[in-house]
Design a protein around this ligand. Structure first.
Ligand code: NAD
Length: 283
């Protein structure tokens, strides 16, 4: 089934990227967030990222203008009505997502797929909030969305084969590579990545090394394109903390306990790139 109308709920770091790639692939996109100001910021980011693609000759100005024209916006979740696929990308808080899925379930047409971009929250529990658990699935895009080829497709216990097939095809139509995994805290991506980021935070907290040195070790010694602390800043330190909390709670294993320095930085509002200060300063 070809998808022509997609709604994205949440216009932050991930939501604006998801709207960007769907619009660029030819879909009409409705981008929804709680305030027009946040939406405008999301649209400005999309335009900026498309301009970057133009400079790299990956997009034409006509292509950009056509893609931007395909995006309309709303501050009302009711505006998901009419979409054939809905992708949720709001904050990584279970209760917020559960409330939103109940609300979306009441509005979305019968059989419409409700996908979540959650990094770690149980898709099975999210699906259980709805009367269409077989049509709920994880569609876990990577940051920055227009650049990263992977989408981790996360199957809840209740997800139907038909839903998986539709979302796999939609992912391919974006030029991205779907990798299917089963629902488990952090899935594969964050179960492997977050303990590394957390240990990097402990290294800084314990005075083992400065952030630059930690990142240099991983870049130059392990061939990582970006160090774990710069990556944490890019993801958002609040998002990293939320994911670690889900891993810690989900497995009941203290190896996932969030580093106290990470907690302290989030409490101080040092969230990484998006706030201008994290392990590094950003202008
Ligand atoms: P963000 O804080 O940048 O954006 C979240 C947006 O959701 C905000 O603009 C907020 O106003 C909006 N929002 C909150 N409640 C809402 C509601 N009820 N209705 C509509 N909009 C609402 O967060 P983000 O980094 O984009 O993360 C979004 C999701 O994507 C999270 O589940 C996160 O775990 C996941 N994710 C993040 C990354 C990353 O690198 N940041 C990578 C993969 C997945």
């Amino acid at each position: 089934m070809d998808l022509n109308r997609v709604a994205v709920v949440g216009a932050g770091t991930m939501g604006n990227g998801i709207a960007h790639v769907f619009a660029q692939s030819g879909c009409d996109v409705r981008l929804i967030d709680v305030s027009q100001e946040i939406i405008e910021r999301g649209l400005a980011t999309i335009r900026r990222n498309m301009d970057r693609q133009i400079k790299k000759e990956k997009l034409t100005t006509d292509g950009r203008d056509a893609a931007l024209d395909r995006i309309d916006t709303s501050t009302d979740v009711g505006a998901i009505d009419g979409a054939e696929l809905i992708v949720e990308a709001i904050a990584e808080k279970p209760d917020l997502k559960f409330d939103l899925f109940r609300e979306m379930d009441a509005v979305a047409g019968q059989g419409v797929i409700l996908a979540t971009n959650t990094s770690s929250i149980s898709i099975t529990e999210i699906a259980a909030q709805t009367k269409r658990p077989e049509s709920v699935i994880g569609m876990h895009f990577m940051n920055p969305v227009p650049v990263m080829p992977l989408v981790e497709i996360v199957r809840a216990l209740q997800t139907s084969d038909e839903t998986v097939a539709t979302v796999v095809a939609a992912t391919k139509s974006l030029g991205k590579t779907p990798v299917e995994v089963n629902d488990s805290p952090g899935f594969v991506s964050n179960r492997v990545l977050m303990p590394m980021i957390n240990e990097a935070c402990f290294c800084v907290m314990e005075g083992v090394a400065e952030p630059e040195a930690v990142d240099d070790v991983m870049k130059l010694g392990m061939n990582h394109p970006i160090g774990p602390l710069a990556l944490a800043d890019l993801i958002g330190l609040d998002v990293c903390l939320d994911i670690l909390e889900v891993l810690h709670r989900g497995f009941g294993d203290d190896k996932y306990r969030p580093c106290p320095l990470l907690r302290k930085m989030v409490a101080a509002g040092r969230l990484g790139n998006k706030s201008g200060q994290g392990f590094y300063a950003y202008s």
